[in-house]
Design a protein around this ligand. Sequence first.
Ligand code: HEM
Ligand SMILES: [Zn+2]
Length: 179
Amino acid sequence: MKGIVFDILRDMVEEQYGLEGWNAVLEEAGSDGLYISTQTYSDDNLMALVAAAVTITGSDERSLVFAFGEYMAAEFYRRFPAFFDNAGNLIDFLISVDRIVHMEVRKLYPDAQLPSFDYRHERPDELIMEYRSPRKMCRLAEGLISGSARHYGTAISMEHSPCMHDGADHCNLKITLMR
Ligand code: HEM
Ligand SMILES: [Zn+2]
């Protein structure tokens, strides 16, 4: 994972628990906390920080990773507003993630390890994102989708089946617009 992901995790923890909280997470994870946004760090490194944050904050891992995804979406909007503005609505934005957003990310960070998404958009109020990644970070994807929906002020419901964590070869994330 790129250092930018670690930066965003630090911002989230610091916002709620202060620098003290973040230092406690680093200590628990045995990390020096020196992350450079363009550099790549091991996934184990991130997982250790997430596990430490779970210990320090007392929240469960699923909730923490989801909240991190939501926080990331807001942070991506601060850093890269054009992606959200150009798409104009939630479904068009989500469809642009694979071919446009992550493609641009790859230009910025050539060694980024990005997931792949295939899309099924057969009804105007429904989008299925087929998520594939050896990292199986579908819970993070859920949080990113939720945070993006919040950005557009769009109420959604989400279904997640099948899931790679249950042995499937991909996760289906089905987003339905609420009226
Ligand atoms: C402007 C919006 C976005 C930007 C700038 C962005 C950028 C990035 C970056 C920099 C990474 C880390 C790559 C690495 O560390 O090697 C990443 C990973 C990821 N992105 Fe995005 N992303 C955006 C929107 C989204 C959305 C809306 C979704 C959800 C559907 C998503 C799903 C993911 C997932 C799940 C990962 C984790 C890596 C993996 O699963 O293999 N991204 N993205
Ligand atoms: Zn899944």
